[in-house]
Write a protein that binds this ligand. Structure first.
Ligand SMILES: Cc1cc2nc3c(=O)[nH]c(=O)nc-3n(C[C@H](O)[C@H](O)[C@H](O)COP(=O)(O)O)c2cc1C
Length: 193
């Protein structure tokens, strides 16, 4: 099993999404001792913004091939300014490639990456699951849209919410996220058609 582990938080050791993505990967490693793990830190080593010549560089090809080769992708997702980090967006711009991860047909776009299991370890400062801020959530909703476009219609979510609302809420959010990480199933739940 090829496991690709992506982090994108700028907050280093204080990051909740990093703590949760690491917990998910360590759980999967324990469940699948044969797993090969590739790690990419998008905050430490940012990818360039998208340009047309940039699609053809050896680095861009390597990023795309790394994603295509992955069976399982674990992504640490911080919410910044109501959406994903620009570093994570740059990575998505490298992997959303026609003919590789989706293709256009006369019936519309078809995702080509639907065989991958994707787990999102997402941390956000406020509460968006319900309540007045729900319509301002553009991280999880955006990821569900673009992953779905590539055929990944049921990403799994490990969530910490309310991380910026004080030390107690932060601890509770992290504890909940880590608990969810430790409940990750050995294999992806079959989706019902
Ligand atoms: C630059 C920056 C922007 C942020 N913007 C938001 C935001 O728009 N909404 C929110 O709920 N929390 C926001 N937060 C709080 C983060 O979502 C929270 O710190 C979360 O834990 C980020 O994930 P990380 O700990 O992995 O970096 C922001 C934090 C930073 C540092």
């Amino acid at each position: 099993m090829n496991l690709l582990h992506i982090d994108s938080s700028i907050q280093g050791d204080a990051s909740l999404s990093r703590a949760m993505s690491a917990a998910v990967v360590s759980r999967l490693r324990a469940l699948h001792p044969d797993a090969t793990v590739t790690y990419r830190d998008l905050a430490e080593h940012p990818l360039p913004h998208m340009t047309l010549p940039g699609f053809a560089t050896p680095e861009a090809q390597a990023v795309l091939e790394e994603f295509v080769a992955a069976d399982v992708v674990v992504i640490g997702v911080p919410m910044y300014n109501f959406t994903i980090s620009s570093q994570l967006k740059a990575w998505l711009d490298h992997i959303a490639i026609a003919g590789k991860t989706f293709r256009y047909t006369e019936q519309g776009p078809v995702g080509l990456a639907g065989d991958k299991r994707v787990i999102l370890a997402l941390s956000r400062g406020g509460f968006y699951s319900e309540g007045p801020a729900a319509s301002m959530e553009h991280a999880e909703t955006y990821l569900r849209a673009i992953l779905g476009f590539m055929g990944i219609t049921a990403p799994e979510l490990v969530l910490a919410e309310g991380a910026a609302l004080g030390p107690e809420q932060r601890e509770a959010a992290l504890a909940g996220g880590l608990e969810a990480a430790n409940r990750i199933e050995p294999t992806r739940a079959e989706t019902v058609a």
